[in-house]
Design a binder for this molecule. Sequence first.
Ligand SMILES: Cc1cc2nc3c(=O)[nH]c(=O)nc-3n(C[C@H](O)[C@H](O)[C@H](O)COP(=O)(O)O)c2cc1C
Length: 438
Amino acid sequence: MSARQMKLGAFLMATGHHVAAWRHPQVPADAGLDFQHYRHLAQVAEAACFDTLFLADSVAAATGDSASQMARSDHFEPLTLLSALSVVTERIGLISTVTTSYNEPYHLARKFASLDHLSGGRAGWNLVTSDAAAEAGNFGRDEHIGHAERYSRAREFHQVVTGLWDSWSADAFVRDKASGQYYDPAGRRELNHVGEHFKVKGPLNVARSPQGRPVVVQAGSSEAGRELAARTADVIFTAQPSLAAAQAFYADLKNRAATFGRSADELKIMPGVFVVVGETQALAQAKFEAFQDLVQPEVGVALLGRMLGNFDLSGYPLDGPLPELPLTDSGQRSRQQLLSKLAEREQLNLAQLGRRIAGGRGHFSLIGTPAQIADQLQLWFQNGAADGFNVLVPHLPGGLEDFARQVVPELQRRGLFRTHYTGTTLREHLGLPEIDER
Ligand SMILES: Cc1cc2nc3c(=O)[nH]c(=O)nc-3n(C[C@H](O)[C@H](O)[C@H](O)COP(=O)(O)O)c2cc1C
């Protein structure tokens, strides 16, 4: 049996993950609506054998006084973008974030089944409950749905979506011209779901897709998020600040999966990692500082407030401590805890904390040479902290090109990452079991 190898996701974000990337001379500021930019990124990632592309999303423009200083809202709708990318790529997975809070399961099931057909089995859905409170205002509400309610809806949403993906047996569509029979009624399964949040008859108006079910990712790491992931997800995307924290998370999720009768291998754990690579440590650090120097303090603090769970921190002194905040009901509880602990541990004032997270938003950060970065990824991968990583880079396309050309070959030399694709579907790349049809 071949040795276990890590999974890699290229987490794309218009101009890059650094909040000030768009101001950097090497970054095209209008990248978010430039298809050639994304085509290039997808092809760089595919040439490097990444398992998947990964797109985050929210269904609201950035808000607050500093919104005009941030490049956050001006980008393609991700499923439309991935559909276009599916025809200029052949192997790489295509994962998009879509919210369960402001959507209907039928629409979502249909779109991902379509993407799975379009791409020959490379679609993945990152299930979220929305961490941007501003979304509520676009969907007939004054306030965002509360945390518990969002997860209750998400659980049932997932059940309906997977039920709809199972609407047809793989051989249902016989399309027999001679007999005139288009599909075999025995292969048609009506869902007839009636629950607390949804009433959905089915079946889906799309034949069973190549993967049977597109891959399901869950991003949310609170107690409720962990339960949902352990029960239902193929992959969990998470932010973990250190090896010890990541190990604890990994063990917890694998144990929880077992309580639902799932094997440890059925749930892949992929922490985010923010990477800045250079030929020497000093060069990598200088590259990072060039982005840090572009951070306007109020922009860093606005990002911080949003990541802490939709708080407006603009009234607090920049050189003062992080104020005491109530537990967020509208945002990410896991991130709120991570960032509060970071401020305390490193004794950072508000402006410093905003600057500290301007690149990686609290994800584990690595700034160094290809060998130093590979050392850390290897350490996490071989010591019960990760099955792979969702890679965040400060700027695009440069940061991804650097990772693909410098870090990937180092991982390959160590036997830790594939040198060519062996499968064709995302499920195969990730080593996930095939879906048993009922
Ligand atoms: C690593 C990570 C990435 C996330 N990405 C998104 C995203 O792109 N869009 C979004 O609406 N929510 C995103 N979320 C938040 C989810 O919507 C999540 O369901 C919700 O905020 C609750 O998070 P919690 O379980 O940590 O409290 C993300 C959460 C995590 C931990």
